[in-house]
Design a protein around this ligand. Structure first.
Ligand code: HEM
Ligand code: HEM
Length: 185
């Protein structure tokens, strides 16, 4: 049950994939909402959710990556061209890198402001022992927002790839990540 079978991902991998998908899209919308907040107080409250959900995404992606390292993934479908395999793998690895680096950069930037990260009042992550540097923190957050734009572009490529395989090639690609349907080997 836990192990990925020949044609589809394991239940754990699927659950994490869809949880992370929803959480990442929600966190992007939360950051956008903060930009349009009426005042500073409202903005801080909205951004507090962005920070906390960012921490949760970090934990989920690290767990997902460790799970993947231990349990493996199903082999690529036989009908995929070499360039499609390379593109898909590259996008997958970039997802892992961005979803780990973006929250860590956020933590570093918060630390440069001297601020802890409060995760919905459950835990408080203390700042790293770095010197106060508000300009440096600002610069990191600007790059964090740029990374967010890159992430959204990758999501578009990833979804178009899935749709192309599922609807045009009709190889059931989407069902590799769902507990029903018939993906081709
Ligand atoms: C993987 C988790 C995260 C994702 C996917 C993510 C995504 C994003 C995106 C897409 C934006 C840009 C929104 C826009 O331009 O309208 C953004 C902005 C921002 N994020 Fe995150 N974020 C994550 C984690 C964090 C964490 C953990 C922190 C802080 C501890 C953080 C702090 C910020 C701040 C302060 C901004 C505003 C930056 C600016 O406008 O200069 N984010 N984030
Ligand atoms: C934030 C959005 C998303 C992220 C970060 C994401 C991330 C990933 C990652 C990292 C993998 C590779 C899993 C592995 O080998 O470890 C993957 C596979 C997959 N994703 Fe997503 N995904 C997202 C959204 C979506 C959406 C919206 C769809 C459906 C339309 C989708 C469909 C799939 C499918 C079908 C696979 C299996 C691909 C294969 O092995 O052939 N993903 N995703």
């Amino acid at each position: 049950m836990a192990r990925s079978t020949e044609t589809r991902y394991s239940g754990v991998a699927m659950s994490l994939h869809w949880f992370i998908t929803i959480a990442v899209i929600a966190n992007w919308r939360i950051a956008e909402a903060a930009e349009h907040a009426a005042n500073q107080e409202a903005r801080s409250a909205v951004m507090g959710n962005h920070f906390a959900l960012g921490v949760l995404i970090f934990l989920a992606i690290v767990f997902r990556f460790a799970w993947r390292a231990g349990k493996g993934v199903p082999p690529p479908q036989s009908g995929h061209a070499p360039w499609e395999r390379v593109l898909a793998r590259t996008v997958h690895y970039l997802f892992y890198i961005l979803l780990m680096v973006m929250p860590l950069a956020g933590w570093l930037a918060m630390s440069k402001y001297g601020s802890p990260i409060n995760v919905w009042g459950i835990v408080e992550i203390p700042p790293l022992p770095v010197a106060a540097d508000p300009d440096g923190a600002k610069a990191i957050f600007e790059q964090h927002a740029t990374a967010g734009t890159v992430l959204l572009g990758l999501i578009v490529v990833h979804v178009l790839g899935t749709l192309k395989h599922t609807l045009i090639d009709k190889d059931g690609n989407l069902f590799r990540m769902l507990p029903f349907g018939t993906p081709r080997p």
